[in-house]
Write a protein that binds this ligand. Structure first.
Ligand code: APR
Length: 242
């Protein structure tokens, strides 16, 4: 599977993973695009924009609440676990578009959440921020200041948290290997991360059962699910260190 890069493993010190919804698919969390994707049956513009939120906060919160309960009950899969294990053999940073927290649950210590987190909330007006630890007693939940609380996630049309994005660009531009897992990589600016890696002559690998817009720019493409491929990928580093 990884024959073509095996001889270079010894020189790889810094690995950056760019992950998306596909890595959590085998943990029971649906992806956004593709055949069973959420955006097939739901209108993103009615659920994941600030205008949609002000139009109908109850609807947006119901949708996030449902997803939050599903995520609370989900567990990291072999893919998340393999990435966490790789920290024993290399410097690993995870740049994730996912808001589910499963990389951290699997034990990864350097995770940058580009699109925020579903377990975090913030006030739509004041500077209040918090973590959700139990179900809300009323929907939409209100801040102590009386205004609406919202999920602390990045909606369409919103900027990424600037400190997180700055760090993500730095990690991407310094890595020896970038592994792009389970993302269609159509959403900006996350889809520019491989460009920074390429400028550093980094090796680019994609793990995805489907073709994507960036597949043709990869050094290696592995067409299978991440829960199957990632443990094999990590074994290669383990064997190299023995
Ligand atoms: N293993 C690996 N990849 C998989 C698997 C799997 N088991 N199952 C599906 N995939 C791939 C799909 O082929 C697809 O290319 O995961 C990708 C998921 O793509 P999207 O649904 O577009 O998810 P993502 O790229 O994370 O979306 C980016 O869009 O709506 C926004 O904010 C949301 O963060 C999200 C962003």
């Amino acid at each position: 599977m990884f024959e073509s890069i095996k001889s270079q493993i010894g020189d790889i010190k810094k690995i950056v993973f760019v992950t998306g919804a596909g890595i959590s698919q085998e943990s029971g969390i649906p992806t956004f695009r593709g055949k069973d994707g959420l955006w097939r049956n739901h209108d993103a513009m009615k659920l994941a924009t600030i205008d949609a939120f002000y139009d109908n906060p109850e609807l947006v919160w119901q949708w996030y609440n449902e997803r939050m309960l599903n995520i609370f009950n989900s567990k990291p899969n072999q893919g998340h676990k393999a990435i966490a294990e790789l920290e024993k053999y290399a410097e690993v940073v995870v740049l994730t578009q996912n808001i589910d927290g499963l990389h951290q649950k699997a034990g990864s210590t350097k995770v940058l959440e580009l699109h925020g987190s579903i377990v975090k909330i913030k006030c739509s007006v004041c500077s209040f921020k918090d973590e959700v630890t139990e179900e809300f007693s009323e929907i939409p939940p209100l801040c102590k200041c009386g205004n609406l609380l919202r999920p602390d996630v990045v909606w369409f049309g919103e900027s990424l948290p600037q400190d997180v994005w700055q760090n993500a660009m730095v990690f991407a531009s310094q890595c020896d290997l970038m592994v792009i897992v389970g993302t269609s990589l159509v959403v900006s600016p996350a889809n520019t991360l491989p460009i920074y890696a390429k400028q550093n002559n980094s090796i680019l690998i994609e793990i995805n059962p489907e073709n994507t817009e960036i597949s043709s720019q990869m050094d290696l493409v592995v067409r299978n699910s991440s829960a199957i491929v990632l443990p094999e990928f990590v074994s290669m580093f383990k064997e190299d260190k023995l």
